[in-house]
Design a protein around this ligand. Structure first.
Ligand code: CDP
Length: 276
């Protein structure tokens, strides 16, 4: 234990040029890729890669809520299940829910409950499934961001997408989007989710300690990053739903002309007694 503490103290997470272990500056995000509509069975879905994180999100509903005693006659339930695959982390994760995944599922459900127009769908539930296939810190932000695209892909009416990002403190410097080493050996991590159009905060957590100045800096970084992530979310949806002339032709190729190989028009003799 002492060895680890000594190692953590000796480990430099930011070099003399202000670069982090993976070469990023304090306000840089890891590379992000989002694809919408990747699963056929779900009503809506999205896949996201965010640095070393790989996350799938699937959405069902609004559909009749089960069991029935959970139904709310005034609004839809927004339910989320965040799950980490056993192979998603270095040490195999025991399958099934644990305290951490129950907590993350709860805060993500609450974040979406505040943006979905739940009162339009009484007695129903909107079910969000987040599967973390590979984890490298920031999986709740990646899961929430992907789930937001999946909800839009499912056509669930919402006030806006939700975009999420964390900021934290490493080597005494406030930085955006911590990776696994920074999360393990850093001083604090503060995941945030915002409704970019209104600037509303729908998720805010903190692991570690920040002074109020540091907290403000972290929030500024996260909110600015959320705007960039929002653009990537909308791009993914545009790619999914924009249709080009080429796509239309691929779906229904033009009907071949009725000309015969020799260039003559078909005569009645070309068809049987019942016609074609
Ligand atoms: O993933 P996120 O940052 O939202 O949550 P966290 O509880 O701060 O976890 C940080 C990271 O620790 C995860 O992304 C995983 O890479 C790692 N982790 C792990 O290795 N084994 C676990 N059972 C849980 C988390």
């Amino acid at each position: 234990m002492e060895d680890i503490e000594h190692f953590a103290k000796a480990m430099k997470l930011i070099d003399a040029d202000g670069r982090r272990l993976d070469g990023r500056k304090f306000n840089e995000l890891r590379p992000i890729r989002i694809e919408a509509g990747v699963l056929r069975r779900a009503d809506g879905s999205a896949y996201m890669e965010w640095g070393g994180n790989k996350v799938l999100a699937a959405v069902y509903g609004p559909r009749e809520a089960h069991p029935r005693h959970l139904q709310d006659p005034a609004r839809a339930l927004v339910q989320c299940r965040y799950n980490m695959a056993p192979f998603s982390v270095t040490d195999r994760k025991r399958p099934g829910p644990d305290r951490r995944s129950v907590e993350i599922s709860k805060v993500i459900s609450e974040a979406f409950s505040s943006v979905v127009f739940a009162e339009q769908f009484p007695r129903t539930s909107v079910d969000i499934f987040i599967e973390v296939l590979q984890a490298d810190a920031g999986t709740r932000c990646a899961g929430l961001t992907a789930a937001s695209v999946a909800l839009a892909d499912a056509g669930v009416p919402m006030r806006d997408l939700v975009a999420s990002c964390a900021s934290g403190k490493i080597d005494g410097v406030v930085c955006l989007d911590l990776n696994k080493d920074e999360d393990n050996f850093g001083d604090a991590d503060c995941p945030t989710a915002v409704v970019p159009r209104t600037g509303e905060i729908v998720l805010l957590q903190m692991d570690g300690h920040l002074t109020s100045d540091e907290f403000e800096k972290a929030m500024d970084l996260s909110i600015d990053a959320a705007r960039r992530i929002y653009d990537l979310q909308r791009d993914a949806l545009r790619r999914r739903y924009s249709v080009t002339l080429e796509d239309i032709l691929k779906e229904s190729p033009p009907v071949p002309s009725p000309m015969q190989p020799e260039g003559r028009l078909p005569s009645e003799d070309d068809f049987g007694p019942e016609g074609i």
